[in-house]
Design a protein around this ligand. Structure first.
Ligand SMILES: [Zn+2]
Length: 172
């Protein structure tokens, strides 16, 4: 695969993995009162979907189990299935909202594999367009990117509603 050049990601790699209360950010995110600020898109029974503030590409999502786990081997079958089910739901939404042509989907498990926050597992969903690895450096200004991300969050929330996808009542 062509590598996407995403220089702003260095802030993420070097940045805090803990919030102001010392809590793991992936544990804290879904409990926030401000889901827009946390870029949380969807809450399911065993996992939630949020946007990556330091994306590899526009519309870069993460599916995070609520369970604070390092590796998929620690997840029970139900949680693994819920993460995949969440990914299945998000692809049509990304296709219709972002008009993307492909996806890279995967886990980075351990620092050696490029995990930015290795203590809490998250499945990356990265939308791809033909030739995108060549055009992205144009958007390397972080401020511009975060504006784009909030706009995209709004569009994806509308996309979820249009696809009839709702938060789990157990997690609302
Ligand atoms: Zn955690």
């Amino acid at each position: 695969m062509d590598r996407i050049w995403a220089p702003w990601r260095i802030q993420y790699i070097l940045g805090d993995k803990r919030d102001e209360n010392g809590e793991c950010i992936f544990c804290a995110k879904p409990r926030s009162a401000d889901l827009r600020k946390e870029l949380v898109l969807l809450k399911r029974d065993k996992c939630y979907v949020c946007m990556n503030l330091y994306p590899y590409n526009a519309g870069h999502l993460m599916v995070c189990p609520y369970q604070h786990a390092h590796c998929i081997t620690e997840l029970d079958a139900e949680t693994n299935a819920d993460v995949m089910a969440a990914a299945q739901l998000m692809l049509p939404v990304l296709r219709s909202v972002m008009n993307c042509q492909g996806f890279n989907i995967g886990y980075n498990i351990g620092k050696a594999a490029g995990a930015g926050i290795e203590e809490h597992l998250h499945l990356h969903i990265i939308p791809r367009w033909v030739g995108d690895s060549n055009i992205l450096p144009v958007l390397s200004d972080t401020r511009v990117i975060s504006e784009h991300i909030e706009e995209t969050w709004e569009r994806l929330r509308r996309g979820l509603a249009e696809h009839g996808i709702e938060d789990s009542p157990n997690r609302a």
